[in-house]
Design a protein around this ligand. Structure first.
Ligand code: NAP
Length: 129
């Protein structure tokens, strides 16, 4: 692909966004492919868990922390120095997750909290602790 000055890219991008149905010009095709590749590369470069700034002095309460996204969130915040509360409805699954977190992030400051967000009584108890 030919390298084009930035202002030409902007113009070509605008042409793509406002185009009428019909075939794209060669420049539009090149620019669309180029912008898409650049966007993907930037998205990949932009963020990893290492991008999370220091969290020391912060308390993070993570719901759904015994699995999936919640667990990963809890672990990465703990790795960055937050004190993390794994807010889980099942004590057993919560304890398993806490054990795993302590293995994967040995310096973590983490604890377990009992919370079923589908039960307002449980939410009240959790908030009162
Ligand atoms: N995975 C993805 O790629 C993705 C992408 C975009 C959005 N999301 C959304 O992000 C959320 C989490 O996704 P995930 O993949 O991490 O799901 P997941 O593994 O199913 O995690 C759900 C977590 O929420 C907990 N939970 C469910 N009901 C609860 C309740 N009443 N009280 C307290 N905790 C409760 C579960 O605990 P139990 O073990 O006790 O059930 C589990 O720890 C979901 O809403 C999902 O739709 C996921």
């Amino acid at each position: 692909m030919t390298k084009r000055p930035r202002h030409q890219l902007h113009r070509a991008e605008a042409a793509i966004r406002h185009r009428r149905p019909g075939p794209r010009t060669g420049t539009q095709r090149e620019t669309a492919a180029g912008l898409s590749a650049v966007g993907e590369a930037r998205a990949v470069e932009r963020w990893t868990p290492a991008s999370i700034p220091g969290q020391s002095g912060r308390l993070a309460i993570v719901t759904g922390a015994n699995s999936g996204i919640g667990y990963m969130t809890a672990r990465e915040l703990a790795r960055r120095g937050a004190h993390v509360v794994l807010a889980c409805r099942s004590p057993e699954r919560g304890q398993t997750a806490l054990d795993r977190l302590r293995t994967e992030a040995p310096s973590a400051r983490a604890e377990l909290g009992r919370l079923d967000i589908g039960d307002l009584g449980s939410v009240r108890d959790f908030a009162g602790r």
